[in-house]
Design a protein. Structure first.
Length: 400
C-alpha cells in the first residue's frame, strides 16, 4: 500500500506540474472510471471462478510492470500527459481485477462474529500505507524526482507477491462459477434484491463524488496554504492518518450491532469535516479536519464491508466485491472529475464546501428513504447466514 500510494500521489502531482491545471488532474478520474467499471465487474466474476490466490499473484505482477513503465517515462523527461492518462486506464483495470479477489479472501480467514474487528485490523495496514505513502511521495518527488517515487513503487510489489504466495489455496465455495456475462448478471440480480447491501454502495458514492477534494490538493496546497509538493503530500496523508488513528483504537467495532446507522452517522461526519476544511486557510487546522474526515470514512468503510460480507454468500462474494471495488475506486475518480470541473467553473474553495454540504444533505435523505438500512442489525444477518450455510450443507450429497 505504501508503494501504491507513491504512484497514486505522484501521478496527479506530475499532471499538475505539466499542465498547471486542476481540470487536467480531474481528468485522470474520467480516464480511469470506465476501465475500473469493466475490470471490477469482470474481475469479480473471475474471482468467483478461479483460485483467488493465483489471481492476485497475477494481477500484482501486472501492476508492478505498470510502475516500471511510469519509472521509464519519468527518466525520459515526460512533457505531455497523454501517456499518463493511458497508463492510469490500464492500471485502473488491473486494480479492479485484483481487489475483488483480495477482499473475497478475508471472510474465509475469520468467523463472522469478529469480522468487523478483523476489518478494523485490515484498515490499520491499509491506512498505514495511505498515511506514509503520500508523505514519502512528496519527499521523493521533491528530492529525487518522479522516477524515484515510481521506482520505489515497482520494488514494493515484491512484498505484495510474496505475502500472497504465503496464503493457502483460496477457491470459491462449491468450486466456483464459470466467469462470463451470465455470471456478472447473476451478481447484479442478487444485488438488486438486497436493498441494504445496495445502500452500502450508494452512501459511499455520495461521499466520494461530492465530498472528496483529492484532485484539488495540488492547487489548494499552493493557493490556500502557500505550499508546494510537500504540503500536497501532507494533505493527501492527513485523511489516511486520521483513518489509521481511528482504526488503531477500533476494538469497539465488534460490539456495534446497528451497523447501518453507524455508516450513516460516519458519512455525515465526513461531509461536515470536509465542509469545514474548505473554509479554513490555516494548514494545521486543515490537516486536523482532514484527519477527522479520514477517521469517519474508516468507520464507514469497516461497517459497509462487514454488512456486504455478512449478507453475501461466499460463492457470490467475488462478484459483489467487484461491484464494491467499482464503487470504492470509481467513486473517488468521479469525485476527482466533479471537483476539478467545479473548481474550474467557480473556485477550489467553493468546490470543497459545496461538495461537503451536498454529502451531509444527501445522507439525511438516504436515511429517510431506506429505513431498513438505518435499522440493520448484524445479529439477525449472521443468524440468516448460518441458516443459509446449514441448508446448503444439508443439500450436498453424502460421501460415498
Amino acid at each position: 500500500m505504501i508503494g501504491t500510494q507513491l504512484t497514486a500521489t505522484a501521478i496527479p502531482l506530475q499532471v499538475y506540474e505539466i499542465t498547471h491545471s486542476s481540470f487536467a488532474v480531474g481528468l485522470t478520474g474520467l480516464v480511469a472510471i470506465f476501465p475500473m467499471i469493466a475490470g471490477g465487474l469482470f474481475g469479480g466474476a473471475v474471482s468467483d471462478a478461479v483460485d483467488r490466490r493465483r489471481l492476485v499473484v497475477a494481477t500484482s505482477s501486472g501492476l508492478s510492470l505498470i510502475s516500471l513503465a511510469l519509472f521509464v517515462l519519468a527518466l525520459r523527461g515526460l512533457a505531455t500527459v497523454w501517456p499518463l492518462y493511458l497508463i492510469v486506464g490500464v492500471q485502473s483495470a488491473l486494480t479492479a481485477v485484483d481487489s475483488p479477489g483480495r477482499r473475497a479472501i478475508i471472510p474465509n480467514l475469520v468467523p463472522p462474529e469478529i469480522l468487523p474487528a478483523a476489518l478494523g485490523l485490515e484498515q490499520v495496514g491499509f491506512n498505514t500505507g495511505l498515511t506514509f505513502g503520500p508523505l514519502l511521495a512528496g519527499l521523493a518527488v521533491a528530492g529525487g524526482g518522479f522516477e524515484l517515487a515510481y521506482g520505489l513503487d515497482a520494488v514494493s510489489f515484491l512484498a505484495a507477491v510474496y505475502g500472497t504466495l504465503r496464503l493457502p489455496s483460496m477457491r470459491p465455495a462449491g468450486g466456483g462459477t464459470k466467469a462470463g456475462l451470465a455470471s456478472v448478471a447473476d451478481g447484479l440480480r442478487f444485488l438488486r434484491g438486497q436493498p441494504v447491501v445496495m445502500m452500502t454502495f450508494v452512501v459511499d458514492l455520495l461521499a466520494m463524488i461530492f465530498g472528496m477534494p483529492r484532485a484539488l490538493f495540488p492547487q489548494i496546497a499552493h493557493t490556500q496554504f502557500g505550499g508546494g509538493p510537500r504540503t500536497a503530500g501532507f494533505l493527501y496523508s492527513a485523511v489516511a492518518a486520521g483513518a489509521l488513528l481511528g482504526a488503531a483504537v477500533g476494538g469497539w467495532f465488534g460490539r456495534v450491532r446497528r451497523q447501518g446507522l453507524a455508516v450513516l452517522v460516519a458519512v455525515a461526519a465526513w461531509g461536515a469535516a470536509i465542509t469545514l476544511f474548505g473554509l479554513t486557510h490555516h494548514l494545521a487546522l486543515g490537516l486536523v479536519l482532514l484527519a477527522a474526515a479520514g477517521a469517519a470514512d474508516m468507520v464507514s468503510a469497516v461497517f459497509r464491508v462487514a454488512i456486504l460480507n455478512t449478507a453475501t454468500p461466499d460463492g457470490m462474494r467475488g462478484r459483489l466485491q467487484g461491484v464494491f471495488i467499482v464503487v470504492v475506486a470509481g467513486g473517488p475518480r468521479l469525485g476527482d472529475l466533479e471537483a476539478g470541473v467545479t473548481a474550474s467553473l467557480v473556485s477550489p474553495g467553493f468546490s470543497v464546501v459545496s461538495g461537503g454540504l451536498a454529502c451531509v444533505v444527501g445522507v439525511a435523505a438516504l436515511a429517510a428513504a431506506v429505513p431498513s438500512f438505518r435499522r440493520y442489525d448484524d445479529r439477525l444477518a449472521i443468524a440468516a447466514r448460518a441458516e443459509r450455510e446449514a441448508a446448503g450443507a444439508a443439500s450436498e450429497p453424502a460421501p460415498s
